[in-house]
Design a protein around this ligand. Sequence first.
Ligand code: NOJ
Length: 565
Amino acid sequence: MSARRPELTTTSTTARRPWWATAVTYQVYPRSFADSTGDGIGDLRGITSRLDHLVDLGVDAVWLSPIYVSPMADAGYDVADYRDVDPLFGTLADADALIAAAHERGLRLLMDLVPNHTSSAHRWFVSALAGAPGSEERARYLFRDGRGAGGSEPPNNWRSVFGGPAWTRVTEPDGRPGQWYLHLFAPEQPDLDWSDPQVRAEMGSVVRFWLDRGVDGFRVDVAHGLVKADGLPDWHADAPAASAAPDADGARPPMWDQDGVHEIYREWRSVVDGYDGDRVLIGETWAEQDRLSRYVRPDELHQTFAFALLQAPWDAAALRRGISDSIATAHEVGAAPTWVLSNHDVVRHPTRLALSGVADLLSGVLPTDPQPDPALADRRGRAASLMMIALPGAAYLYQGEELGLPEHTTMPASARQDPSFFREEGRIAGRDGARVPLPWSADEPGAGFGPGGATWLPPPDGWERHAADVQARDPGSTLRLYRAALALRRRLDLGGGALTWAEGFGDDVVAFSVSTPDSSVLVLATTGEPVRLPDGGEVALSSTEIMGGLLPADSCVWIVREPTS
Ligand code: NOJ
């Protein structure tokens, strides 16, 4: 049998346990959640009107992807004004109303902070373009002279995560071709220079602005990217642009996971700790596994997303490794583990887990790519979700996964919006397939996304089958499975439990117990053959029907072994 020695792992149960250590947080992608105006784009009033869905689901917190003023070159991850709401989504008053409505329902609310880059429409960048090379205005960004004759070549060979060079040349105010500026993402997202004191002061002030409005914390975008290596040295031209992996000599990419980022998080942590109510910072840190714990040292971020499960194929050994690694990483520094299967940047997990060949999660699925078997996707998606919800620590759900939504894998090119599709000239699908507006009501136009039925991305055929209202009535639906699993997780306090690997099951089974002082739940997820259930205990939940004591292939079950007192 593979390396599956029993291993005891615990989350902190003795010390006072903050809410976020075991919370289930639901990511709202505002433009695709619910539309109140009929323009086909989701908005803040739409979100507020649907908060009860989240209460019924049983989550603890909501993380809102960006709602700030933005030209929407990257769907809001290009911020032009961090202190106001884009008219597409509503007003600052709508944001205040949403925060209040969430709090009234006992839900915490986290904002998305985008500190690595601004929009090219931000007043700072506009004045940098008007300023001279070497000016104070340019010092807030990474402007450099080009290489080669007349500075016509980019200052280094870095590539944008969205394809193409990571540099764009500007036209100087006198009309001549001039300096270049760095953008690790789209040209409309110029990277800030975090060695500039104004940048630090401004972003600290933005953090306080929203904390003062009552938000419970932030998800920090590209948290591993803010600081770049001195001198901006070239990197291997063939290394994937988004990868923080070291090269064969152990050198690490100069644009990711630089030690200087930690000082920033220490500063923010002290700001956040100055507020009441256990506010939280959670980092999007695509760093190497062995460097992740650095971000969650006691005086830095509270959590980072552990992307181990999100990157694992439907393979029991890979899933076990992902779970072990994430727990070990968190425990190195006394942090709670986190879990995530899907978000707005990657192929939705039911589809991903049914496609063995999706090499790059960010590439999406084109109509010309191999297509998933919908039944298999549904089955594996439900099994993976049930397994994740049992794990100790904090879990992050992406809107629509509670409806079992698959990726839209047949979206026509004419409907696509993601800049990565255009920067790669259509060679990859990009992320639109994970961002299709949610189906709320099967019988309404546009599956009830908003009045009139408009949707900013077209849904795939049969989308209404997944509608929340249909699923709420169907005891076998994925929505009902999520509700039941989250309720039991809460009742048994699985988030605060201890995980022990269970012995005696085959290599194709992820088998573990989660124990608390009052109960123990055995979780079995099989990625291969059906599994005979052990004697004892009570089947509390299963992702597919169990018949004759057999857990079918591609399924997960929770067996409560000791009832709660
Ligand atoms: C990560 C966000 O999740 C993604 O959507 C965005 O495109 C990049 N950061 C750039 O902000």
